[in-house]
Ligand binder design. Structure first.
Ligand code: FNR
Length: 360
């Protein structure tokens, strides 16, 4: 595997597609029912144009940031993904390893191998966060929080947009087992704000709620002492006919008003997408499907290479906007515009049919 030979992000997409069977590919790209939410994530990003400023010294660009007291080379988190072992044998350990090597943060899904202790060992120095699906009662949830703390995770995240597992028609059509009954799923549906209050009360670890999609819930989260708000529609894999997350971000940013950091994900596949989120008030951007694609295309080294290309895209975008650090960026750099695509999951890669010289 000669990772540096990937020169564009779309080459990863093509390579991953070649390597994965149809089931695994569909698991990555699919969403719920009509996949309207998936498309809206992309369309919301594509409906924003930049307002660049010129003649400022942008010879030095610093795209790093700080999150939870740690310096990150880019304002990114590798979003929690269940079953990463389908894309690289080391699963979550490969993703955490790439995060550590490159210098971004990692959030481990509770339904990802090889589990939270092994991932902690694989990437002891990364800013690692742990994301939980409730698959048991309050005692079970609390025991998982204790394990995350013991293994040195920097934050504990509860995903709250998954009361029910949605109907993923790409899987259902194939009678694929992932859409069948899930063990102990009802515990997730029973979660309420009192669970949030209990976790805040009992544990001394930053608490994040993933799947906040309204200002009202962002407010409630802050009232309950939640430490960071993760704006997400689960990549369009849960509620269909939701808003694109870039449509949601302005009301959340206004409600939060700087009281807590904001994470966001959903269709942030290119450097320019990440810059748009940061201009609109995000503090950290989650990379979901692209992480699977990076791992499938080239394992841990491939994912590091993908992050390098994202960094180049971000730095060039910032420089061309006349900005040399995140602090200089705000909403005045964005303007509503006509989307050029149709919102396809891979709409950020319109050049997939280009032939590269085959040097893999
Ligand atoms: C996910 N997502 C997810 N979220 C979560 O909280 N726990 C999980 O275990 C998973 N598993 C998962 C598997 C796969 C294959 C995908 C694509 C996504 C959602 C994920 O964290 C994130 O919210 C979205 O993927 C972000 O959208 P993009 O970047 O994929 O468009």
């Amino acid at each position: 595997m000669n990772a540096p030979l990937f020169l564009t992000l779309h080459e990863f997409v093509k390579k991953a597609r070649q390597k994965l069977n149809q089931d695994r590919w569909d698991y990555i790209v699919g969403g719920t029912e009509t996949e309207t939410t998936v498309r809206r994530n992309r369309l919301a990003l594509d409906s924003l144009a930049f307002r660049p400023r010129v003649l400022r010294d942008v010879s030095e660009i610093d795209a790093s940031t700080r999150f939870l007291g740690r310096k990150l080379r880019l304002p990114l988190v590798l979003a929690p993904i269940g079953g990463l072992e389908l894309f690289a044998p080391e699963g979550g350990a490969a993703a955490a390893g790439a995060a550590q090597q490159f210098g971004v943060s990692h959030m481990l899904s509770s339904v990802c191998e090889p589990g939270l202790e092994a991932v902690a060992q694989a990437a002891p120095d990364a800013l690692r966060m742990f994301q939980l699906y409730a698959r048991g009662d309050a005692d079970w949830v609390d025991a998982m929080a204790e394990r995350a703390i013991a293994a040195g995770y920097g934050a504990f995240c509860l995903t709250v947009d998954t009361a029910y597992y949605s109907r993923r028609e790409r899987d259902l059509a194939k009678r694929h087992s992932r859409s069948g009954p899930m063990p102990a799923r009802e515990f997730q549906a029973r979660l309420t704000w009192s669970d949030v209050a209990r976790l805040k009360d009992k544990f001394d670890i930053p608490l994040i709620l993933k799947g906040i999609a309204t200002a009202e819930d962002a407010d409630l989260a802050l009232e309950h002492g939640v430490d960071a708000i993760y704006v997400s529609n689960h990549g369009g894999r849960q509620l269909d006919h939701g808003r694109g997350t870039m449509e949601i971000l302005p009301e959340i940013a206004a409600a939060v008003g700087g009281r807590a950091p904001i994470l966001i994900d959903g269709g942030f596949n290119r450097g320019a997408d990440i810059v748009k989120a940061m201009a609109a008030g995000a503090d950290l951007v989650g990379i979901g499907r692209m992480q699977c694609i990076g791992l499938a295309a080239g394992g841990e080294a491939g994912l590091v290479r993908m992050l390098e290309i994202l960094e180049q895209e971000i730095q060039i975008c910032l420089g061309l906007l006349g900005v040399n650090a995140w602090a200089g960026l705000d909403l005045s750099y964005l303007h509503p515009s006509t989307p050029v695509g149709t919102g396809d999951t891979l709409g950020a890669f319109p050049l997939l049919s280009l032939e590269e010289k085959s040097f893999y």
